[in-house]
Design a binder for this molecule. Structure first.
Ligand code: HEM
Length: 340
């Protein structure tokens, strides 16, 4: 007798386990960083807040609809691109482990998505407001997090340790440099969100096109001046999103930048060259936003290797390394009582 995952109380936990198993079975044979070590390192660097995500802690659930385009259908057999509306469970968040992180700082914003496809198939992803991630490999990421651990006495990271690690691993500074050169986003609905990893789009005949995606707001991005950001205060993004969605104004084009032979698609710190052709795979429209601390995203962990038939992972080691810590993170949150 087969087990129906939809009847298991925590479908999201089952999904995380299935995606973890898939990611691990397709991963290279070298050992992965222990996922609990990642979770402990997040807690030591960002603080521990029961029930909250250890990364992207401050966030809000939303639901929307995705409609795939003819260009999407031409590139991939994934049912997400059929052209029929696909329900999506979204989560917008601010980077870091602090549930009270300020909305008016030059930091990361996130857009996590779950496409609920026909036949119980699910496509999950977690996208960020920078074209690069803050580390090139899982080993470098755990090293960076451990260098940022808060000192028991000062409650701050040890600046010597932070500097020594960054000096030896300059890739970890790329993302911060990107954010420093950008304005504070005016809205969760007015900033680009990159997938950062390479993925293969496979058509019905088995032809594969590699690419990297970005969700770009319809009508363009919008930033705040430093004075405007100060005046907005630390908590405006969730209400701003509710107002814009009520006015029917939050939608994103799901764009894929097409890789050419020889392009690097296995690194989360190496964007494709700017001049690579971009195609629009479809449009995501946000339909409603949940009240604070409620909604369908609370018990979901967005595992980026939960992919539909017709989309395949690249060999980026950061991609394969995500599933297990996300599953452990979800387990900790559910055990404590999921809060946001
Ligand atoms: C080894 C590498 C990584 C580890 C260990 C890691 C770990 C985590 C953990 C533990 C969470 C909280 C999950 C939960 O409680 O549901 C999280 C959230 C998140 N991560 Fe990562 N992460 C990694 C790489 C990345 C990369 C490369 C990206 C870039 C696209 C990324 C984007 C996100 C986003 C957008 C969220 C928030 C998702 C949400 O709203 O639920 N992560 N990460």
């Amino acid at each position: 007798m087969s087990i129906d995952p939809l009847k298991i109380p925590h479908k999201s936990l089952w999904l995380a386990c299935a995606a973890t198993a898939a990611a691990l079975s397709s991963a290279p044979t070298q050992a992965q960083v222990d996922p609990t070590r990642f979770l402990d390192a997040f807690e030591r660097a960002g603080g521990k807040f029961d029930g909250f995500r250890r990364s992207g802690a401050k966030g809000v659930c939303a639901v929307g609809e995705f409609i795939g385009s003819a260009e999407g259908r031409a590139l991939s057999s994934a049912s997400a691109f059929s052209g029929k509306p696909v329900p999506v469970i979204a989560r917008f968040s601010v980077g870091g482990g602090n549930p009270k992180a300020p909305d008016n700082a030059k930091t990361q914003r996130n857009l996590a998505l779950q496409f609920d496809l026909p036949g119980g198939e699910v496509w999950q992803m977690g996208n960020i407001s920078a074209p690069v991630f803050g580390a090139a490999t899982p080993e470098q990421f755990i090293g960076r997090l451990e260098s940022l651990a808060l000192d028991a006495e000062t409650k701050k990271p040890n600046p010597d340790k932070v500097k020594a690690f960054a000096d030896a691993n300059p890739e970890v500074l790329l993302q911060g440099k990107y954010f420093a050169g950008q304005p504070v986003p005016a809205s969760f609905g007015k900033v680009n969100y990159w997938g950062v990893h390479g993925f293969g789009f496979v058509d019905a005949g088995g032809k594969k096109q590699w690419g990297k995606w970005v969700f770009e707001p319809v009508g363009g991005t919008q930033g705040l001046s430093d004075d405007e950001a100060k005046a907005k205060g630390a908590d405006f993004l969730a209400d701003d999103l509710r107002q814009r969605v009520a006015a029917g104004g939050v939608a994103f084009d799901f764009n894929l930048q097409l890789a050419q032979p020889g392009d690097r698609i296995d690194s989360a710190v190496s964007p494709l060259p700017d001049d690579r052709k971009k195609v629009t795979l479809g449009r995501l429209t946000i339909k409603s936003v949940s009240a604070d601390a409620t909604g369908p995203c609370l018990t979901i962990t967005y595992v980026p290797t939960a992919l539909p038939k017709g989309v395949e992972p690249s060999a980026d080691p950061m991609l394969a390394a995500r599933a297990a810590p996300y599953a452990v993170g979800l387990g900790r949150r559910l055990g404590e009582g999921a809060k946001q």
